[in-house]
Design a protein around this ligand. Structure first.
Ligand SMILES: Cc1cc2nc3c(=O)[nH]c(=O)nc-3n(C[C@H](O)[C@H](O)[C@H](O)COP(=O)(O)OP(=O)(O)OC[C@H]3O[C@@H](n4cnc5c(N)ncnc54)[C@H](O)[C@@H]3O)c2cc1C
Ligand SMILES: NC(=O)c1ccc[n+]([C@@H]2O[C@H](COP(=O)([O-])OP(=O)(O)OC[C@H]3O[C@@H](n4cnc5c(N)ncnc54)[C@H](O)[C@@H]3O)[C@@H](O)[C@H]2O)c1
Length: 452
């Protein structure tokens, strides 16, 4: 067996791992990064996640045909995949190893490679960045069903399905619903939960649902899935609500029921790394695992699953190993999020429902998107903006922006929250015009009342 000794071994070419590999190489350190599939150089985000999905979403909004958008997506991903590979492979002290990694001990990793003998890598420090994978609920008949896909399979299609049935109304379910509606597919969304968007305020969730329904989506909430079978080229889903069974015929079925940490086949049982009950690698606030030479970064250690939190994990490692050790999971501040539907739904900090549950007093600000001049220019005036302010300190407690371009505007508010700026600073800030961000002047000028 070929053997290699290296100071730093990174398992998985994700956002945190590749950024760390580059940074270590720039310091002149020996680093090897192992990736199980050449299709995944650069990780989930650029190959099968954020970038291809947002490319298809944006091109759908522009009215492109699906086949053209699919081709543009392929070209974009290929370009980014190559760029990411070279970003690491071209560094003199870095090596990209193609293969699947499996721990033999805390310091030894076996890498199985297609068409080549396995390699044994011995490393001083090991960073696990293996991401997450789709949760596949057990549905009777699913293994024989030809049309059941995850988001990766759906984005590989060359032709849009006439009827797409989506199981799961979370991030992926809603983004793909919005995407395929824009290409003219009929879309049905099924979720086991009766409450739509349970973590959002009810007024916001109702708006989102109504807007998606107006765009053509059909929601079946609180449904159980009994089974699935193929009939000719189509698939039939057998679903049930309150003991009433019904059948839905689909051209494609998207499974979007969450993603779980990817530790399968990693051989963690051969190490002293501890695993949590839901299968994530247990880490402390410095991303250290229970093995003193092993760290875990990104989706694999549980918590929020975003590219930007994975990137921040890199910052924590950099701060802990090479910096002043000040950055940790505990002090990264409020993290914003956006669901890329039309218009985008973005959150940071507390929702009104959460503030009420915590019995916090708050000043509530609301603005209808119709009141924003730029939304008229964009001919997209659906939506509602909400913000909560602490009545004692004037600091912003949280915001929900359901409006065009809210994925950009929310970053102003997360910065304001983390910098502890009073809301009056944003109310009186001079924004360029006409922009969606200037709506924050009006949002925070609106009449409001203190709620206790
Ligand atoms: C459809 C979709 C859309 C998304 N959209 C967004 C979005 O708009 N914004 C956002 O912030 N997030 C989005 N996400 C989530 C985001 O993509 C992930 O949170 C992020 O990519 C996780 O990065 P990571 O660093 O944890 O690892 P990943 O990027 O997942 O990388 C892990 C890598 O490890 C490799 N690997 C796994 N096991 C092994 C092994 N044993 N040996 C060798 N290699 C291995 C994998 O092949 C993979 O390349 C989306 C996800 C999906 C699926
Ligand atoms: N814009 C973004 O930042 C973005 C976009 C896509 C994905 N992501 C990340 O990817 C992760 C995974 O996304 P996701 O949409 O798969 O998960 P999710 O957790 O957001 O939603 C899963 C949905 O599936 C439903 N569900 C679960 N089991 C079910 C079953 N058996 N039958 C019917 N419904 C069921 C749940 O009730 C929930 O509504 C997200 O948590 C997010 O962090 C982020």
């Amino acid at each position: 067996m070929e053997r290699k000794a290296v100071k730093n071994l990174i398992i998985g070419f994700g956002k945190a791992g590749k950024t760390l590999a580059k940074s270590l190489a720039r310091k002149g350190e020996a680093v090897a990064i192992v990736e199980q599939s050449p299709r995944m150089y650069g990780g989930t985000c650029i190959n099968i996640g954020c970038i291809p999905s947002k490319s298809l979403i944006v091109n759908g909004q522009k009215g492109e045909k699906f086949a053209d958008a699919a081709l543009q997506k392929v070209n974009l991903v290929e370009k980014l995949n190559r760029k990411n590979y070279h970003m690491i492979a071209d560094e003199p002290t870095a090596t990209v190893i193609d293969g699947k990694a499996r721990f033999l001990s805390d310091h030894e990793v076996e890498i199985s490679r297609e068409g080549q003998p396995a390699m044994l890598v011995e490393a001083e420090r090991i960073f696990i960045n293996t991401g997450a994978r789709a949760i596949l609920p057990s549905i009777l008949g699913m293994s024989e069903c030809k049309n059941l896909v995850t988001s990766t399979g759906l984005m590989d299609l060359q032709k849009r399905p006439d009827h797409l049935v989506i199981i799961g109304s979370g991030y992926i379910g809603l983004e793909f619903a919005s995407m395929f509606l824009s290409y003219g597919s009929k879309v049905t969304v099924i979720d086991a939960h009766r409450t739509f968007l349970p973590r959002q305020d009810r007024d916001i969730a109702a708006r989102v649902k109504k807007d998606l329904e107006e765009a053509g989506a059909v929601f079946k909430l609180g449904y159980e899935i009994n089974g699935v079978f193929d009939r000719n080229e189509k698939s039939i889903l057998n679903i049930m609500f309150d003991d009433q069974a019904e059948e839905i015929e689909a051209d494609k079925i998207l499974l979007a029921t969450g993603r779980k940490p990817n530790i399968s086949g990693l051989g963690l049982e051969n190490t002293s790394v501890k695993i949590g009950e839901d299968g994530h690698i247990l880490v402390n606030e410095k991303l250290e695992t229970s093995a003193k030479n092993i760290w875990a970064l990104g989706d694999v250690h549980g918590g929020p699953q975003f590219t930007y939190t994975s990137l921040d994990d890199f910052r924590i490692i950099e701060s802990q190993l090479y910096g002043d050790k000040s950055r940790t999971l505990d002090n990264r501040g409020e993290i914003a999020s956006s669901v890329f539907i039309t218009p985008t739904l973005s959150n940071v900090g507390l929702t009104e429902t959460e503030a009420q549950a915590q019995r916090k007093s708050y000043r509530l600000f609301r603005l209808e998107a119709t009141a924003i001049p730029k939304s008229a220019v964009l001919r997209q005036s659906k939506g509602l903006l909400k913000a909560l302010v602490d009545p004692d300190t004037d600091e912003i407690l949280g915001a929900t922006l359901y409006a065009e371009d809210s994925h950009e505007v929310i970053n102003i508010l997360s910065l304001a929250i983390n910098a502890k700026l009073p809301y009056t600073m944003i109310r009186d800030h001079i924004f360029t015009h006409p922009t969606m961000s200037e709506a924050l002047n009006d949002l925070f000028s609106n009449a409001n009342e203190v709620k206790k």
